[in-house]
Structure formats: structure tokens, C-alpha cells
Design a protein. Structure first.
Length: 369
């Protein structure tokens, strides 16, 4: 019952013991550089070679049309033929094109069935162009599909499926044919995007960069963006970023509590504060017990014994004393200790936190997942 609250105290103690005071985070771990990003690719293809677990051509018209078109390109006319194969499946192929990828390099692709295929195990993807958001082909995917799942069934209808057999991956399955050009080194100005926008963190990033380069090269324009200019002391922007990305910054974070009511998980930030309040928490338990009884008939009659239900209801309510929690903005460790003293379950703790927020004693934002 007290496991979750005790976990907070243990985590806080471990962090305090292994991390020195004022320990920072590398700049490269909290910001993204403008232009250094992945691009999503998508394509439609056909997987062949599955062992009778492919699409049924009667139900999947696009699979049939794809097979006919593919055979025509190979010089075989199947328009008037009665195709009845179950060894092919129509799939969607997706991949992420890494930044600064060059022609001839390879990337992984994900293959997912589109129609009523039962499994892609043992299949091979036929050459499939992968398109970007602009409709241009940036890679071509082909290769054997690796499926980390299986399915088995018997004549009686019993089946067993492990994981998802209709989705798989092709490691290094796509060959890049077109590059996305971005000359980072030639840039004189670009932006750094904070992964967790915050005014204080953005200002600390700009201050640390200016102190390192010795000029006003960085400025925080909003909570999520720091504008960066290349000073003359650096030969190019790539060289500048390679040096400033190792600067250590201490990110700030708002006072926030994340609650997942479905699983009972609660995560508190270190800036959560609670004013002095008194909390009483009690449990109401209702116990219903059914005890069947037998009513015997009178003697010398034709009546039979009858089962008569007997119900006993007991109500027990815990007597909860008021407990003082918080103070004049106590830190997280003392808050956890006060909540732990109440001996409440995670479900009750969620209700207590929501009640504290409603009373105005909790100086934090509550976000429900």
C-alpha cells in the first residue's frame, strides 16, 4: 500500500547521494539544432514468399492489382488469368531518413500488412520506392522481412499467437538514392530548440554560450528557442556547435505532478511545494457474507427441505486522525515523508493531491495522463 510513496523517498535519496549539488546536463542532451533532423518516408509494396499466410485475392483487390501490374512490368500478362495465390501480401513500408545521410548508405525499414494476411514470416519485400512529404523518392527498400512473432493453429480452431506476426523489420533494408542537402557549416545563424521549453532554461543556455565564446553570440527569443550567431573566432558553424554542445546547463522545470489514474503512477517534480495543511484520510469497508441455510419441513408432510439465503452485512470505518503535511514551501523530500506518514495507497494519494490542489495549498500543476 505504501510502496509508491516510499519509492519517491528512495529515488530522491539516491539522486541526492549520486549527483553533486549543481550538477548540470550537457547542452546536446536538452536542445535540438535547427536543420539537424530526421525525415519520415513511406511506401507501398508487396511481400512475397509467405507460406500460405498472405492476402486472399478475393478480399484484397489492391493486392491483386499490384500483382498484375508487377507481372506486366516483367513481361507476363495475367489480366485474364484466375490468380489464386496466398503467398503474397500488400504492405506499407515506413522508415526514417537520418540527417546528413549520403547516397548509398542504408537504413532500417518497418513493414506492416494492409489486408487480411495472417503472417509475414518468411516473406521478402519486392523493391519499393520510399517517398518523402514532397512526393519524391529518397530510398528504395527490398529484402527479407524479420518477424519476431509466430502463429499456430489446429483443425479444431484452437490457435496460438505470440507478438504481432503481421509486422516486421528489414535491418539495413533500404538504400538511400537521394540526399537532403543542408550545409550546416556555412550557416552564420541558426536556432537551438529546447526539448522542454522553459524561460529560465533558455536564458541559462544563452548565458553559458556567451560566457564560453566571449561574445553575445546567443540570445533567448522565447521559452523554446535560442538564436545562435557564429562569431569570427570560429571557422564554421559545425566547429562551434561541436564545442558548445558539451557545455553543462542546469535545466529548470516547473512544479508539476503527473498522474496516471489508470495505473496509479504518480511522478512529482522537485519544485513541488505544499503550504501547511491538515489531512485526515479514512477507509470505509463494507463486508457482505452469504451463508446459505436449510429450512426443514414439518413432519408427516410431503414438503422438501428449502435452501434459505442468509446475508450478514458488516460496516467498518477507519478512524483517521488529522496529520499535518507541508509547511512554508517545504521541499519534495519532506512532502514525501509527510504523505508517507499517512499510510495511504496510491489511489488515495491521487485523491489527496487533487484535494490539495483544490484547496490552494499545492503550488504545482497537476497533469492527468
Amino acid at each position: 500500500m505504501r510502496l509508491l510513496v516510499r519509492t519517491f523517498a528512495v529515488v530522491a535519496t539516491l539522486l541526492a547521494s549520486i549527483m553533486p549539488v549543481g550538477a548540470g546536463t550537457r547542452l546536446k542532451d536538452i536542445v535540438d539544432v535547427e536543420g539537424v533532423r530526421e525525415n519520415q518516408l513511406i511506401g507501398y509494396g508487396v511481400v512475397v514468399g509467405v507460406n500460405g499466410t498472405g492476402d486472399s485475392l478475393r478480399n484484397c483487390a489492391f493486392t491483386r492489382q499490384s500483382l498484375e501490374s508487377m507481372m506486366e512490368r516483367l513481361g507476363i500478362n495475367t489480366r485474364s488469368a484466375n490468380l489464386n495465390t496466398a503467398n503474397a501480401a500488400a504492405v506499407m513500408v515506413t522508415a526514417n531518413l537520418p540527417p546528413f545521410s549520403t547516397n548509398g548508405s542504408r537504413i532500417d525499414v518497418t513493414v506492416s500488412a494492409m489486408c487480411d494476411s495472417e503472417s509475414l514470416e518468411g516473406g521478402t519485400l519486392i523493391a519499393t520506392p520510399l517517398l518523402g512529404a514532397d512526393g519524391q523518392a529518397y530510398a528504395v527498400a527490398q529484402g527479407s522481412v524479420a518477424v519476431g512473432a509466430f502463429t499456430a493453429s489446429g483443425n479444431s480452431g484452437t490457435s496460438l499467437t505470440r507478438n504481432i506476426p503481421t509486422s516486421g523489420r528489414i535491418p539495413n533494408g533500404a538504400l538511400i538514392e537521394r540526399e537532403i542537402h543542408f550545409d550546416l557549416a556555412a550557416q552564420n545563424e541558426l536556432r537551438l530548440s529546447l526539448r522542454n521549453p522553459d524561460f529560465t532554461t533558455a536564458n541559462r543556455v544563452a548565458t553559458a554560450i556567451n560566457a564560453f565564446v566571449g561574445s553575445n553570440a546567443a540570445a533567448a527569443t522565447d521559452p523554446g528557442t535560442v538564436r545562435l550567431r557564429r562569431p569570427p573566432s570560429f571557422r564554421d558553424m559545425a566547429a562551434m556547435i561541436s564545442e558548445i554542445e558539451l557545455l553543462e546547463i542546469e535545466p529548470d522545470q516547473p512544479a508539476r505532478i503527473i498522474i496516471n489514474e489508470t495505473t496509479g503512477v504518480i511522478v512529482m517534480g522537485e519544485n513541488v511545494r505544499v503550504s501547511t495543511v491538515a489531512i485526515a484520510q479514512g477507509n470505509l469497508t463494507i463486508q457482505v457474507q452469504e451463508t446459505p441455510g436449510v429450512a426443514m419441513p414439518n413432519s408427516f408432510t410431503d414438503a422438501r427441505p428449502v435452501v434459505v439465503p442468509q446475508t450478514d452485512i458488516a460496516v467498518a470505518e477507519d478512524v483517521a486522525d488529522l496529520a499535518v503535511v507541508g509547511g512554508d514551501g517545504v521541499p519534495l523530500r519532506e512532502l514525501v515523508s509527510g504523505l508517507n506518514a499517512l499510510g495511504v495507497s496510491p489511489r488515495d494519494l491521487i485523491s489527496i493531491l487533487q484535494a490539495l490542489k483544490a484547496s490552494g495549498a499545492l503550488q504545482a500543476e497537476i497533469e492527468l495522463m
